[in-house]
Design a protein around this ligand. Sequence first.
Ligand code: MRU
Length: 342
Amino acid sequence: MLDLQATSLKVIQNQLYVLDQTALPQQEIWVHCQSVPQMVSMIQQLQLRGAPAIGIGACLLLAVLAEAGAAQQQLQQAAITLRAARPTAVNLMNNIDVMLTALAQPDYQSACIAAASQLFAEDVALCQRMAELGAELVQSGDRILTHCNTGGLATVGLGTAFGVIHQAHRQGKAIQVWVDETRPLLQGGRLTAWELGQQQIPYQLICDNMAAMLMAQGLVDKIFVGSDRIAANGDFANKIGTYSLAVLAHYHQVPFYVVAPYTTVDLNCPDGAAIPIEQRNASEVKGVSGAFGQVSWAPEAAEVYNPAFDVTPAKLVTGWVLDTGVFNQQQIAAGALQRQPG
Ligand code: MRU
């Protein structure tokens, strides 16, 4: 029987609980997730969010349903439904494909539980590895800018870009973090600020449109961001606003790093143009909602364009911090994203 605990997901006595990230930081509410439609809705509403976390959360639901005795066909259908919950983060598809292989076996129930447990443990290890590799790039005194939330809430381990920051802090390096608030859904202002505060890592919150001025004034030493999907040529999708940061970093000659595990790599996408970009509801741009309620400021009839992610071209990236190492543009072009067997 599974018994697992992460920042945003836990399984206790075969019951799955998800920390509702839309209520943070005002309230910490654990929601008992019991069905596929409920999990799909939680992923779509961003109650559970972050590329690795949605992948693992979906797999844990399959595992608890298997443990509760669900039939093979029912689980296979559930996996297919969960796989389509959100379109951009490829971790969800990659993880569910592992589960579908397990579910095709004669002992599908135990195979499914073992596969979910293994994916959970693997994500913890991948985060740790990236954190160690990325922290080598950080020097004491660095002022690091990050975007969106890439921490324990977005993974089941230390996080991706956040893990690098966390590891550098644990090593005793005196770092200062600039946190982009990350409009429209404020993952930086609500979630990264909350996680940095918990770890007692010094930070200052900024509006997204302040990053240019900070870089012009020489106040940003490095930028670390996560990713929802990395294409074969190294282009990558991440939270909307990441591309602007990469352009600014290039202009101001600030090193710009993307941090992601192999579960975020999609070699079926030759380049960033092939990455599907989720379009979201107009209400997210016309106002904000949260534990405090809904506030709207735009005219009711305002037309809105609301892509959840953008694509940063490989040519703007200084380095890719993967679980297998830190790679530059030449190494990525030479195939560093191809996973070596074993
Ligand atoms: O829409 P979200 O909040 O799920 O977007 C999350 C991000 O863009 C993260 O940067 C990405 O998932 C990498 S985090 C490990």
